[in-house]
Write a protein that binds this ligand. Structure first.
Ligand SMILES: Cc1cc2nc3c(=O)[nH]c(=O)nc-3n(C[C@H](O)[C@H](O)[C@H](O)COP(=O)(O)O)c2cc1C
Length: 328
């Protein structure tokens, strides 16, 4: 499958855009384990055109992470189109528009998933951005606003007609936020609509190699996008790729291998943000990593990991786990 001129092999796996998670360090880590495309955190169009420095920093990309997407969100066509030009100057491979963010501070103000309540404006935004830039423009959205307004089948056609070159669908409504489970049947319907020619990227609750394969086989999507299951688990891309190729799970590597990756993540974040901010920024990954799940009597160690204030303290705890808990 292809988006613009970017050729993806079979069964592409994408790292989902996630605020405060998909920074360049994490994107590169996921890339190393096989992510076929990585997305930036969402970038506020309004903040970008006001030259807010912390927002401008979100445009930083490295050549090694290509193909890389910069995702924008906003409320109105003009500022988003202007922001898209600024984003284009950072040379992303794709510019993505976020019409899926459900949180109040975004959707409540008419941005993100808020645009699912104003489809004409959403379409105007897409057209304005497509016109403003030469970079391929894609869209990420949800099934609809709520249970009674699952409009994605019609909406997908409209999005395509506005010039978007791919569509990522998270199989939930805005009202669901992150509750319940993602419904892939409508994603499959969009994909199987003969009028739809652009690639459809399926997203929501893919956490295992088996589920990823099922999403490709049963719903026919062109790519699978993975979000939360990557927390403290960037190697998930390698595991899924292996399964898709060989039909069986990859053999687990020794505990030290995975701990080494988490330690590298901590060190990179510390290099980037300084000691304490780097540690805090990595905590979400340390709290969620499957590597440290299901270990008997682990509670105190987990608390110690999440409370550690210095790199030495944190690394010492991580280095001691294998022996303390007799892990292989
Ligand atoms: C912490 C967090 C931050 C997110 N930030 C964004 C974002 O900036 N842009 C976006 O389109 N979606 C964002 N999402 C939604 C994810 O991209 C994805 O659609 C959602 O988590 C469902 O996929 P998953 O079940 O694989 O996690 C975020 C999700 C989480 C959990």
């Amino acid at each position: 499958m292809k988006i613009g001129n970017i050729e993806f092999g079979e069964y592409p796996l994408f790292l989902a855009p996630m605020e405060d998670v998909t920074d360049p360090t994490f994107r590169l880590l996921c890339k190393r384990f096989g992510a076929d495309m990585v997305y930036s955190e969402f970038v506020s169009a309004d903040a970008l055109i006001r030259n807010v420095q912390s927002t401008e920093r979100k445009l930083n990309i490295n050549d090694e992470e290509r193909p890389v997407v910069i995702q924008l969100y906003g409320r109105d066509p003009e500022p988003i189109a202007e922001a898209a030009k600024m984003a284009e100057a950072a040379h992303p491979d794709i510019i993505d528009l976020n019409f899926g963010c459900p949180v109040k501070k975004v959707a409540g103000k008419g941005g993100g998933a808020g645009l699912l309540k104003d489809i004409p404006k959403m379409l105007e935004i897409i057209k304005a951005v497509v016109k403003a830039v030469n970079t391929p423009v894609t869209v990420k959205t949800r099934l609809g606003w709520d249970e009674n307004n699952k409009i994605i089948t019609t909406l997908a056609e409209q999005i395509q007609d506005c010039g978007a070159q791919a569509l990522a669908i998270h199989g939930r409504t805005r009202s669901q936020m992150y509750t319940g489970s993602a419904d892939w049947t409508l994603i499959g319907e969009v994909k199987n609509n003969p009028r739809i020619k652009i690639p459809i990227i399926g997203n929501g609750d893919v956490t295992t190699p088996e589920r990823a394969k099922e999403c490709f086989d049963k719903y026919g999507v062109d790519a699978v996008m993975i979000g939360r299951a990557t927390f403290g688990n960037p190697w998930i891309f390698e595991e899924i790729k292996y399964y898709l190729k060989n039909g069986e799970r990859m053999e687990k590597k020794p505990f030290e291998y995975y701990i080494g990756i988490l330690k590298e993540h901590i060190e990179k974040n510390i290099e980037w943000l300084g000691e304490i901010r780097g540690i805090i920024h990595t905590r979400r990954h340390l709290a969620s990593t499957p590597l440290l799940k299901g270990i008997d009597n682990f509670k105190q160690t987990r608390i110690a990991i999440l409370r550690a204030q210095t790199k030495d303290e944190l690394i010492e705890i991580l280095d001691g786990i294998k022996e303390k808990y007799n892990l292989v």
